[in-house]
Design a protein around this ligand. Structure first.
Ligand code: CA
Length: 501
């Protein structure tokens, strides 16, 4: 893969001055969880203060509330619109336009789409690329993967997390959704028609009345316990299959939603959220029981916007007051929850004093999935010259302001709910280019500071702003050496965004 104009990441070796104790890292990643799918208010009002919305009243996430009280959360944290691009960005530190995993990875066939670039990185994580777990493992961390992988198709190098840096792989494979969430179904192996997507490696729970979220939690707790017993620092990547489809109710929590006027799949979705939340609480409790909670830094996030089954895909419904949902170009498809916190606060802890995260703070700084890689290396005191697009979020995690421009490039030259588009945020503005619409391309332009619901398209009335934004979008795409969709006429002509007159 060609890489141009990358930022070089140099991280100071700050950690060495604080002795040999390094923080453990827990990345708690929830599949298809948007930032409104929780009782924790992540949305800031126009005054910057946390603002509760009806969806915050619907969902029950007491353990996210507990974590949020202990740390800082972001009102503007961005992921890609679908799974694999974000997952690869997390372990590589690069924007999807650069690493070229721009579509979710179909496990069995190249799903570039009819007009998509056929040589996109369908094979996901390729041999030889530098990954976050490989760096951490090299530096002495026990690297543990539990849950959904979705880093490469069947038979590829990227299929299995143990190929690119994880010591332990619990239940990770090429598939992005489980055959079944139920132990009675053997997580899919015993469910007719779902065997192909069955979750591997959990045979000991087959036939039991147990939900997948619980089985993954029990397994990662054991793996973390092993690392602690061996006195190794750990990087635990708890990647829930929940709350992705199939929306199978987590019966432990069904009674909490029975009385609501919702369709069955929306109730089931809410139980999957609560089951995931219980897992978070159980892992935090286990860290405490093992005596490592004060020394463990937790990053909670989602991998794309919500897929809640609550209404029109492209309107204000699933992520209200944000517009759109997973796989669309609107904020509801791109914004995810993000919390950073020590697993147990202790302000006199020497380790925690190296990153003094304030309690119960909502930050308005813009973070992205490709910031996770440099942030974890930064707080672990590990230097690398790896080329990344992200930056170390530490200045924002301690309550400050990031020294960079507010920017997020989301490039999608494929087909899905929204197809063949590039979305680009810069400052308060967001421009979207639709390659195949209205001849030379259709534009949308929103001022997010005034119009967070993306209800007022200013592409016609603010032509100068649109031109400026489109020039910046094209520059960002060029800098990432992005791939483009083909024209609709079958000519193999590659389309680039047009800068309007
Ligand atoms: Ca996802």
């Amino acid at each position: 893969m060609k890489v141009f104009n990358c930022l070089l990441l140099f991280i100071s070796a700050a950690w060495t001055s604080f002795g040999s104790e390094r923080p453990n890292i827990l990345v708690f990643l929830v599949d298809d969880m948007g930032m409104m799918d929780t009782s924790v208010p992540f949305m800031a009002g126009y005054d910057g203060q946390p603002e509760k919305h009806p969806l915050n009243e619907l969902y029950r996430t007491p353990n996210m509330e507990r974590l949020a009280k202990q740390g800082i959360r972001f009102s503007q944290f961005y992921a890609n619109s679908v799974c694999s691009p974000s997952r690869v960005s997390i372990v590589r530190g690069q924007a999807s336009a650069r690493h070229r995993v721009t579509q979710f990875i179909s496990p069995d066939m190249n799903n570039a789409g009819e007009f998509g670039p056929k040589d996109w990185q369908w094979e996901g994580i390729a041999p030889g690329v530098v990954t976050l777990p490989a760096i951490l493992r090299h530096k002495g961390y026990r690297t543990i993967h539990s849950g959904k992988a979705h880093f490469g198709p069947v038979g590829s190098f990227g299929e299995l997390p143990q190929n690119f840096g994880f010591d332990v792989n619990i239940a990770g494979c090429a598939y992005g959704q489980p055959g079944s969430y139920y132990g009675e179904d053997h997580f899919g192996f015993a469910k007719k028609g779902r065997e192909r997507r069955a979750v591997p490696g959990l045979q000991k729970y087959h036939g039991q009345d147990i939900h997948l979220s619980e089985a993954l939690t029990l397994e990662i707790k054991e793996a973390i316990g092993d690392a602690v017993e061996d006195e190794e620092p750990f990087f635990a990547y708890m990647s829930h299959y929940a709350v992705h489809t199939p929306f199978q109710s987590d019966e432990r929590f069904a009674a909490n939603y029975e009385h609501l006027d919702l369709k069955p799949n929306a109730k089931a979705f809410a139980t999957l959220i609560e089951g995931m939340d219980k897992s978070l609480g159980d892992v935090l409790d286990e860290l405490d029981r093992l005596g490592v909670a004060e020394n463990t830094l937790v990053f909670f996030l989602g991998d794309n916007g919500t897929d809640a089954p609550l209404g029109d895909t492209h309107e204000i419904a699933c992520a209200a007051p944000l517009r759109g949902k997973k796989a669309t170009h609107y904020e509801g498809g791109l914004r995810v929850p993000f919390i950073a916190a020590w697993a147990k606060r202790n302000e006199s802890s020497a380790v925690q004093q190296t990153l003094g995260i304030p309690a119960n703070r909502l930050s308005d700084q813009v973070g992205t999935v490709h910031d996770i890689f440099p942030t974890i290396l930064g707080v672990s005191g590990i230097q690398t010259k790896e080329m990344v697009d992200g930056m170390d979020l530490s200045p924002a995690l301690v309550g400050g302001i990031l020294d960079r421009r507010t920017e997020f490039l989301m490039h999608f030259p494929h087909q899905h709910r929204s197809s063949y588009f590039t979305s680009y945020r810069l400052g308060d503005w967001k421009a979207i280019y639709h390659y195949h619409e209205e001849g030379d391309g259709r534009y949308e332009l929103f001022n997010l500071a005034e119009d967070r619901s993306e209800s007022n398209n200013l592409a016609e009335s603010r032509r100068g702003e649109l031109r400026r934004m489109m020039r910046a979008m094209v520059e960002a795409l060029d800098a990432a050496d992005a791939q483009y969709p083909l024209a609709l006429d079958g000519s193999e002509r590659v389309l680039k965004p047009e800068i309007p007159q």
